[in-house]
Design a protein around this ligand. Structure first.
Ligand code: SAH
Length: 365
């Protein structure tokens, strides 16, 4: 594989500096930024507004794209899952979720994941490696090009969620860098206010994010209302237990705008964490910390080697009622893309069933 600068992860300013090292004027950097991020081109050959000699020179010292799409899966509900590979052979998964009012792209921050949450299939991969800023940005470019055509403006807005494979807060600098690249109005123009990043609870990074001015929304994966149960389901809890985590959330909440809320996610595992007592403990935990939170209940997405079943609808409703009676805002999340291993906790580089496999025709990757 040819080495060289990964241009997809550079800000406009970085690109200007980069072309200046080649003895080119600043406007060429802006041109290349627009080609990559606004026109969403993935090869120098397509950048026909650049002189041929410059394109030849660039291809010697830089790479406009590094991810390749291995396969694409289309769910009965319209969700698309992309299984991609990095230049050095690691899997990267991205999910495009069409919704009535806007689309959501769920991106990965790492290949695999170092956390060992027992209910999540990604955990079984272990950490392969953290993704670069360019690899994060490219996921969004590839998904948008496939959904709408190369460079076509999405008709509805695009929301991003950092809820794919990996722990985003263990790849914090690359993540923030990628978000800065994507926010540029001369490029993808997806501003942090349209982005939600989910963490299993890396407390120091939550506190650090509270001080970032242009920051995304924060979601916390809880999965249990007591340390005893959370230690079992999410071993990261042994490092940062609930008390530390919720104190950090409270600090974060102090910096929110009046109507903003921290989101909590609670995967519902039948007979494990879905009892009435769990609901009461959960409500008390949030209320004791004075958190004005929003709770997303996620029915467990089953996957072969995982020893859990999703809670029944009745149990979920009962759980929701108890939380609501204690003043918590609750939403039950509908699973999307379960049939193609695209739903929460199902990203493990699965090759899927041939029936759902859609041949790649339109992806310039
Ligand atoms: N590591 C980060 C980012 C991943 S977000 C984090 O943990 O927040 C993925 C979300 O899906 C998390 O809220 C996680 O708790 C949830 N999840 C994991 N496995 C799941 C499963 N099998 N069914 C439903 N939700 C699951």
């Amino acid at each position: 594989m040819k080495q060289g600068a990964e241009l997809a992860g550079l800000t406009q300013q970085d690109l200007v500096s980069f072309v200046e090292t080649l003895g080119e004027p600043a406007y060429r950097g802006r041109q290349i930024f627009a080609a990559l991020q606004h026109r969403r081109l993935r090869s120098f050959d397509e950048m026909t507004d650049l002189p041929k000699e410059l394109r030849a020179r660039l291809s010697e010292v830089a790479r406009p794209a590094t991810l390749t799409v291995e396969s694409r899966y289309l769910s009965a509900d319209g969700t698309r899952r992309y299984l991609m590979k990095t230049h050095d052979g690691f899997p990267v998964e991205t999910v495009f979720i069409p919704e009535e009012r806007r689309d959501t792209i769920c991106f990965s921050s790492q290949s695999g994941c170092p956390l060992q949450c027992t209910f999540c299939l990604t955990a079984q991969l272990g950490l392969l490696r953290s993704l670069t800023p360019g690899e994060i940005v490219e996921q969004i470019v590839i998904a948008l090009n496939d959904a709408y055509g190369v460079g076509v403006q999405p008709p509805r807005g695009t929301n991003l969620v950092g809820m794919g494979a990996g722990e985003p807060f263990l790849n914090f600098d690359s993540l923030l860098h990628a978000l800065r690249v994507m926010a540029d109005s001369h490029g993808l123009h997806i501003v942090p206010n349209r982005v939600t990043i989910s963490t299993a609870g890396i407390v120091p990074r939550i506190l650090e994010l509270a001080n970032v001015s242009d920051r995304p929304h924060l979601a916390i994966s809880l999965a249990a209302p007591t340390d005893e149960l959370r230690n079992q389901l999410m071993p990261i809890n042994k490092r940062w237990p609930l008390e530390d985590l919720l104190n950090a959330c409270k600090e974060f909440e102090k910096t929110l705008k009046p109507n903003e809320r921290v989101t909590f996610e609670y995967v519902m595992l039948e007979g494990i964490n879905d009892g009435e007592e769990h609901a009461r403990q959960l409500a008390n935990l949030l209320n004791r910390h004075g958190l004005k939170a929003k709770m997303n209940l996620i029915p467990h997405n089953p996957a072969d080697p995982l020893p859990y079943r999703p809670s029944t609808d009745e149990t979920v409703d009962r759980f929701k009622d108890i939380l609501e009676s204690k003043g918590i805002h609750v939403y039950v999340r509908r699973p999307r893309g379960r049939d193609i291993f695209a739903a929460c906790g199902q990203l493990a580089a699965r090759q899927g069933t041939p029936m759902n496999r859609v041949e790649i025709t339109s992806i310039g990757a």
